[in-house]
Design a protein around this ligand. Structure first.
Ligand SMILES: Nc1ncnc2c1ncn2[C@@H]1O[C@H](COP(=O)(O)OP(=O)(O)O)[C@@H](O)[C@H]1O
Ligand SMILES: O=C(O)C1=C[C@@H](OP(=O)(O)O)[C@@H](O)[C@H](O)C1
Length: 307
């Protein structure tokens, strides 16, 4: 049984409900607002926080980072490229939402927040919306007190409600892809599969712990090994479900384009840029009547080049 997610979203949209609920709906994480979009921090500066390597480095306004000029240059270049790509994509998206899908720990929330900020879209994490709809503080607790099926019903309701909105980036839960009805909702926008090798996922999850991810939570054992074996099982069960996404962003491919094979060197900004690139190609390839018009697209491309 679902907990009236649709009604909850509507009543909150009309200004009812608790502040906690309202801030989660309109700000995702308390930043942007639907209706009057607001980006709290300049996206370029924010993006520059993630420079090469897996750790955040100092923002631009700070003194030189330990990586020196080269690191600073890399982060500035990345941030500018991200900005430029987002401007191109914004045009092609025409208000459509972006749904990020992928296994647990694939970076949907991390990359999704960067994409939403630079686009000026609102960000939502569907797990958080389910928690609010049900009135429980964590997905883990929902699984424990109710069941996975109860969680999945509410997840579908949240996706249904989001699908009627515009200009959102949504980080879906890793298992949202298994229900065909969820694809009906996500296909109202553009879906992006963050395809991350299992060993990298297991490393990330072992680092942050499994308490918030009930399907991986194990009372004992080496965290990396346990996460790896559970993730492998889930990946097998889910088969090709992720491949329903409109575009696939493979971290292995990005790493190989950059001339190495270490996906742990990729920053979330690298991944956001590649996601924009793939979305743009997808829209161009799938625009049957070319409603944008070639000349309009050309002049847009020229404008972008001069930025
Ligand atoms: N490109 C990346 N490099 C290194 N760590 C990352 C990267 N993207 C995400 N992470 C880390 O991996 C963990 C899971 O990321 P998250 O965005 O929460 O994934 P998801 O939303 O897909 O479950 C977080 O601790 C996050 O900081
Ligand atoms: O893969 C899954 O089935 C799940 C992924 C989780 O979301 P994240 O992918 O954000 O961790 C969360 O929805 C729930 O624990 C189930």
């Amino acid at each position: 049984m679902e907990a009236g997610v649709g009604l909850a979203l509507q009543s909150r949209a009309a200004g009812f409900g608790s502040d906690r609920r309202r801030s989660a709906l309109y700000g995702g994480e308390g930043r942007a607002r639907i209706g009057s979009l607001r980006v709290a921090e300049p996206a370029v500066a924010k993006a520059a926080v993630w420079a090469r390597g897996s750790k955040p480095v100092a923002p631009l306004r700070a003194k030189k980072s330990s990586g020196g000029h080269e690191t600073l240059h890399n982060s500035v270049d990345e941030a500018l490229l991200l900005k430029r790509k987002s401007e191109e994509v914004l045009f092609y998206l025409n208000g459509r939402c972006i749904y990020l899908v992928g296994m647990m720990g694939s970076g949907k929330s991390t990359v999704g927040k960067i994409m939403s900020e630079v686009l000026g879209y609102s960000f939502f994490d569907s797990d958080k919306l389910v928690e609010q709809a049900v009135g429980m503080p964590s997905v883990a607790q929902i699984f424990k007190v109710h069941s996975e099926a109860f969680f999945r019903d509410n997840e579908s309701s949240v996706l249904r409600d989001l699908s009627s909105m515009k200009r959102l980036v949504v980080a879906t839960g890793g298992g949202a892809v298994i229900r065909p009805v969820n694809w009906k909702y996500m296909k109202k926008g553009l879906s992006v599969w963050l395809d991350v090798p299992l060993d990298a996922l297991a490393r990330r999850i072992a680092k942050v712990g499994t308490a918030s991810r009930p399907l991986l939570d194990q009372p004992s054992g080496d965290p990396y090994t346990m996460a790896f074996s559970k993730l492998s099982m889930l990946a097998e069960q889910r088969g090709d479900a992720y491949a329903n996404a409109d575009v696939r962003v493979s971290l292995e491919e990005i790493a190989s384009k950059q001339g190495h094979d270490d996906v742990s060197k990729l920053t979330p900004t690298d991944i956001a840029i590649e996601s924009f690139h793939k979305i743009e190609n997808f829209v161009i390839e799938h625009t049957v009547d070319n409603p944008v018009g070639d000349s309009q697209a050309d002049s847009h491309a020229q404008r972008i080049q001069t930025l």
